[in-house]
Design a protein around this ligand. Structure first.
Ligand code: ATP
Ligand code: MG
Ligand code: MG
Length: 352
């Protein structure tokens, strides 16, 4: 089996490494911004857990390696303008948008909607690099050339699809996951809810089309808004994704193993999902040992320094059915910090 080298050494690289171990797959996360010789081998396969890095010594070695995967998809996705254009070209529904250019910014913004979100084309995550604008507000001059503007969508909720494709073009998907973002940051995900079959079908069709178009190998995630029961694509992530973390214990094949299977050309089968799961992000908070007494609780700590709002770990709560999951959620809710109890209220609401 090839060695898998991951550009980026945050928690996603760490969890890919954990997933590789039982398959005796060596996974080596590296810092793509470093100026060191990485000692890459010709038969290494290079993947990413981040989308942006500098043209450092290490960064160039990764990018220029003959087995650097998914260069086309990364090119298309790291710039929101190109990403939106890709969705339009493939007839994948997305919120109305324009690219902001110099000139009358008010007119450009109003051409989209009365309420818009302005998003920096490159480099944003967890809601950073975004501004809300509505008719009458003064636009910022620096948005021109740097940002897209998209209509504010009055969604009923947000969902995401995680899927994978291998070199032979085979594709597999998890069930749609329901996500709760607050201030642009994912607080929790719930999976295996009863999802309308048409939503699952549309989402698989679109993500499949995107992965085929980019000749993609590995896991890709697609975030969507649900409006009047129909999906509208928000954005794509050409990598394993926070909304897929529940698959670590919620499926016999986690998204991390699925990604490695696709990259190493191991059999790609539809990941079995029987029970129900909630993923709860630890944002600037430690976990507590007593949580482990709750059935179905699995703690994943990233080993990072705790700073306010920072993703430092997550907890998967996975049970065989929704009723048992609700029991575990209530038990865990009693043990978490007050500010996080709302996460459990939301999760239980989705399951009822
Ligand atoms: P990520 O960490 O997922 O990469 P990001 O910084 O790239 O996030 P987006 O996914 O574009 O940001 O937006 C973050 C959140 O802001 C969305 O999940 C959604 O809750 C809200 N949001 C973004 N765009 C819109 C929109 N057009 N209408 C309504 N809400 C939106
Ligand atoms: Mg994003
Ligand atoms: Mg997002």
């Amino acid at each position: 089996l090839p060695r898998i080298v991951v550009a980026g050494n945050g928690q996603l690289g760490q969890m890919l490494q954990q997933a590789g171990a039982p398959l005796q797959l060596e996974v080596m996360p590296v810092d793509p911004n470093a100026d060191i010789e990485l000692g890459l081998r010709p038969d290494d396969v290079i993947t990413v857990e981040i989308e942006h890095w500098s043209d450092s010594v290490s960064g160039l070695q990764l990018k220029q390696h003959p087995n650097f995967r998914n260069a086309a998809a990364l090119h298309a996705v790291i710039d929101r303008q190109r990403q939106k254009a890709l969705l339009d070209r493939l007839d994948v529904p997305t919120s109305p948008w324009v690219s902001l250019e110099s000139g009358d910014l008010n007119a450009q913004l109003e051409s989209v909607a009365d309420k818009v979100i302005v998003k920096r084309r490159r480099g944003g995550y967890d809601g950073r690099g975004q501004w809300r604008w509505q008719k009458g507000d003064q636009p910022e001059a620096e948005w021109a050339g740097e940002c897209i503007a998209e209509a504010m969508i009055p969604f009923s909720h947000e969902v995401s699809l995680v899927g994978a494709r291998n070199a032979a073009g085979e594709k597999v998907f998890y069930p749609l996951t329901r996500n709760w973002h607050e201030n642009g940051i994912l607080r929790a995900s719930v999976s295996n809810l009863q999802v309308p079959a048409q939503q699952q079908k549309d989402a698989e069709d679109w993500l499949g089309r995107i992965m085929d178009d980019e000749d993609y190998i590995g896991v890709m995630a697609m975030e969507c808004f649900v409006v009047d029961g129909k999906l509208l694509v928000n954005e794509l992530a050409p990598r394993v994704h926070n909304s897929g973390h529940w698959t670590q214990e919620g499926s016999a094949i986690s998204q991390f193993q699925l990604h490695l299977r696709a990259l190493a050309d191991l059999p790609l089968i539809t990941p079995p999902v029987d029970g129900a799961s909630v993923m709860y992000n630890l944002l600037g908070r430690n976990w507590k040992p007593e949580w482990l007494q709750v059935p179905g609780v699995h703690v994943h700590w990233y080993g990072k320094e705790i700073r306010p709002g920072r993703k430092v770990g997550h907890v998967n709560i996975c049970r065989a059915d929704q009723a048992s999951l609700i029991e575990s959620l209530k038990a865990l809710q009693a043990l978490v910090d007050d500010e996080d109890k709302i996460v459990f209220e939301w999760s239980i609401d989705q399951l009822q």
